[in-house]
Write a protein that binds this ligand. Structure first.
Ligand code: NDP
Length: 486
């Protein structure tokens, strides 16, 4: 086959791509040289805004398969038959760092999966930790800023980091997981994904449950210690990207088993915590995990920018029978994720192939025009629901026992109570079962907090003493060794 001919973006053949039009042999350039101007102007516009969180990521395609009947819990079509397969795309990421930051940073990992189902795209936008730092959505920008750079020094700042966390103690459960070795996973393949939030699933009879979903790694959990993660951040900042790409390219396909925990409305009322509280897990012993599927990542993207950088996930992208719960952080993410994509990629971001629902699914005649509209814009179809162009209306079955909310519009700040420490203490007790993990938690905090001022350090000692006095004492001892007080 003949090699392709070089053209400008307009398709005009350019016989000598490196030539520029100039006056004579050595004179100034000419504005009429569209090949040069086209190249430079496009180059100048190569970057789109990076995500404000989850900027550094890696992705791959794969397949989800239903392994166990789950139709008593959920009526979604892609889960209706054991053995049914659905194509997926998963993107893993760190949270706080910029697009070029190190993959091994101590940070939660994003774990977002898009299911290309026959009822539209379902995005499950999860993390590798089962809880989060906040449960008041208005805290999110404040919290994230404290994990990013100081506005004056442009440095990561241990004072900002710990000042925020210790004064917002509902963070302690997530902080304890983050500073365990699970805060530095050995690879994206060797970590779990958790919904964290409570969702609502219903079956075809209209019966509903609150659910939490767990993706458990079939590779097992592997972590780095603080020093290994720090060394890799310097020697190979793209460590996790390389691991994922090379394993898939070599046919060593990673897989996860999907489980669901369920609660009825009555069980939720009786639970010792709110199911809308993102800082709490549902203990495995009380709410057992039920297996329903497995997914495998088996295909690398061909183009990082087109498929990974432009992948646009949102918890608002859902399918029939799966709904958000009233968890306030989830409710705010429903807006914020899609809003980010409109800003980064434009109003037509779902037309980009990696984001596009299975062909033929989108029929929304009033949603027209906008920047980068590339799918034919529904041609001559009327741009409103016209009588000349009828659609099929369906009636939804009324669900008699749905949640009912009443009350005035109320300013609500979910203040911390003494309960915040209970599940962090449970975690500290779990760590005892794993060699050195309690000691690593204390060490990992001490190394980080030794860069903070003494008054902030004292608050950190108190914060972890409430998790366990032994933990607080170990952190204090090592911190003062690393940063002796005068
Ligand atoms: P269980 O004893 O039944 O389960 C403990 C779970 O802890 C394990 O199954 C494992 O979850 C997880 N775990 C082990 N090491 C770590 C670590 N370094 N960081 C985070 N999680 C770890 O206890 P409970 O269900 O009663 O939960 C006790 C604590 O375990 C919780 O407070 C929470 O911090 C943590 N946890 C609980 C989860 C849940 O959904 N109940 C999920 C994950 C953590 P896995 O099998 O998912 O890897």
């Amino acid at each position: 086959m003949a090699p392709p001919q070089f053209t400008n973006s307009n398709g005009q053949p350019i016989p000598e791509p490196f030539a520029t039009q100039r006056v004579g042999q050595h004179g100034p350039l000419l504005l009429q040289d569209f090949n040069l101007i086209d190249s430079l102007a496009h180059f100048d516009r190569e970057r789109i805004p990076e995500r404000v969180v989850h900027a550094k990521g890696s992705g791959a395609y794969g397949v989800f398969e239903v392994t166990d009947d789950i139709t008593d819990i959920v009526g979604s079509a892609f889960l209706d038959t054991v053995g049914k397969k659905t194509r997926i795309f998963t993107r893993f990421s760190t949270v706080g760092g910029e697009a070029g930051s190190a993959d091994t940073a101590r940070d939660p990992r994003g774990f977002a999966t898009k299911f290309y189902t026959e009822e539209g795209n379902l995005d499950l936008v999860y993390n590798n930790t089962p809880v989060f730092f906040i449960r008041d959505p208005s805290k999110f920008p404040h919290f994230i800023h404290t994990q990013k750079r100081n506005p004056e020094t442009h440095l990561k700042d241990a004072n900002m980091f710990w000042d925020y966390l210790t004064s917002n103690p509902e963070s302690v459960h997530q902080v304890s997981i983050l500073f365990s070795d699970r805060g530095t996973p050995a690879s994206y393949r060797e970590m779990n994904g958790y919904s964290g939030h409570t969702y609502k699933w219903s079956n075809k009879k209209g019966e509903w449950h609150y659910v939490q979903v767990h993706f458990i790694s079939d590779q097992g959990i592997k972590t780095l210690n603080n020093e290994e993660a720090g060394a890799l951040a310097g020697s190979n900042p793209d460590y996790a990207q390389e691991d994922l790409f090379k394993n898939i390219a070599a046919g060593n396909f990673p897989s996860w088993t999907a489980y669901v925990q369920t609660m009825t409305a009555e069980q939720a009322k009786a639970a010792p915590f709110s199911v809308f509280d993102l800082t709490k897990v549902w203990p495995h012993g009380d709410y057992p995990l039920r297996r329903f599927g497995k997914f495998t990542l088996n295909e690398n993207p061909k183009n990082y920018f087109a498929e990974v950088e432009q992948a646009a996930f949102s918890p608002a992208h859902t399918v029939p029978y799966m709904e958000p719960s009233a968890d306030p952080v989830l409710q705010s993410r429903l807006f914020s994720y899609s809003d980010t994509h409109r800003h980064r990629l434009g109003a037509n971001y779902t037309q980009i192939p990696v984001n596009c629902p299975v062909t033929g699914r989108v029929y929304n005649p009033h949603m027209r025009d906008g920047a980068m509209n590339v799918n034919g814009n529904l041609g001559a179809t009327p741009n409103y629901l016209a009588t000349s162009n009828p659609i099929e209306f369906r009636e939804y079955a009324l669900q008699e026992d749905q949640e009912v909310w009443h009350g005035a519009a109320t300013p609500f700040h979910w203040k911390a109570t003494d309960d915040e420490w209970k599940q962090a203490t449970a975690l500290y007790n779990v760590l005892k079962k794993y060699p050195n993990q309690q000691a690593h938690l204390a060490h990992n905090v001490a190394v980080h907090v030794s860069a903070a001022d003494a008054s902030i350090q004292d608050r950190v000692f108190e914060y972890f003493t409430k998790v366990h006095p032994e933990l607080g004492a170990a952190i204090r001892k090592e911190t003062l060794e690393l940063s002796p007080r005068k």
